[in-house]
Write a protein that binds this ligand. Structure first.
Ligand SMILES: Nc1ncnc2c1ncn2[C@@H]1O[C@H](COP(=O)(O)OP(=O)(O)OP(=O)(O)O)[C@@H](O)[C@H]1O
Length: 257
């Protein structure tokens, strides 16, 4: 099992402003008792209405946010122990966000951007960095002239390809895509989907694909998790509307079927 979430819960404190004080109230559960497993080579979609907790779950998996309760295991190892500093564990899962601009340093060339993860994770393999960088560009279907460019000289789709190449540079086992294609036009989205599927096949990667684009999850994913108000309400493995058990899932996919 590559990734396992057991009873994952994230509660944020609710602060209520009164006339006299700022009282700390119990909490709001952004995600609650989430149990999910993802196998090596599996593509799992995660859908649900805005605010249902999808990005919070991604941040918990990436250890960007602390869990309130529950456990997350990567290859059987808990990622939530405070003393955990194993970079080889962390590098197994990479995150690609919607806003590529925030992930790419504007004053670094594409070569420097792709070299950075290699410097951090493979400091002893300097002799093969050049070859690796060229391979990464090829994998995201960009030519080598891009190495000299800066992020501001790239289109949204090209920037997203660089973010994917950067994620691939550390040789992860899994990539979490949080609305990664949402800001691209439909044609570029389609191109990127084909590319992602190809990369996934070649490297037997696992993807967690968070999106509002129901068509894309249907074509890309082996399994789709539906979240509603912080909880998983359904896991879809076949697309027969009769098999959907939760009213929210039926509503969500009504337009598709
Ligand atoms: N740092 C935070 N402090 C307090 N509440 C938060 C925080 N981050 C997220 N939330 C709340 O948690 C809930 C889930 O947010 P989250 O961003 O995970 O939703 P989402 O499903 O990814 O939404 P969207 O599809 O719009 O991106 C929301 O109600 C949000 O306001």
């Amino acid at each position: 099992m590559l990734l396992e979430l057991q009873g994952v819960t994230k509660a944020y404190p609710i602060r209520e402003e009164t006339q006299w004080s700022l009282r700390k109230r119990p909490s709001f559960h952004a995600v609650e008792h989430i149990n999910v497993t993802i196998q090596e080579g599996e593509i799992v979609g995660l859908v649900g209405e805005s605010g249902c907790g999808k990005s919070t779950l991604a941040k918990l998996i990436m250890n960007i946010e602390d869990l309130s309760s529950g456990s997350i295991y990567v290859n059987g190892q808990s990622i939530n122990q405070k003393k955990m500093k194993d970079i080889h564990l962390y590098k197994q899962i990479q995150l690609v966000l919607q806003d590529s601009s925030s992930s790419l340093y504007p004053n670094m060339s594409i070569r420097e951007i792709l070299e950075e993860p290699l410097r951090n994770y493979f400091p002893n393999d300097k002799s093969v960095w050049e070859m690796t960088i060229h391979g990464l560009l090829e994998r995201v279907l960009l030519d080598h002239s891009f190495l000299l460019k800066y992020p501001y000289q790239l289109s949204g789709g090209q920037k997203q390809r660089i973010c994917i190449a950067k994620a691939l540079a550390v040789q992860p086992k899994m990539i979490v895509f949080d609305e990664s294609l949402a800001s691209l036009d439909p044609f570029t989205q389609q191109e990127m989907m084909v590319m992602l599927k190809q990369i996934q096949k070649e490297q037997n990667l696992s993807y967690l694909f968070i999106t509002h684009d129901l068509k894309s999850v249907q074509s890309l994913c082996d399994r789709v998790i539906v979240m509603y108000k912080g909880k998983i309400v359904e896991t879809i493995t076949n697309w027969y509307p009769q098999s959907f058990t939760h009213p929210y899932t039926r509503l969500l996919f009504e337009t598709l079927i």
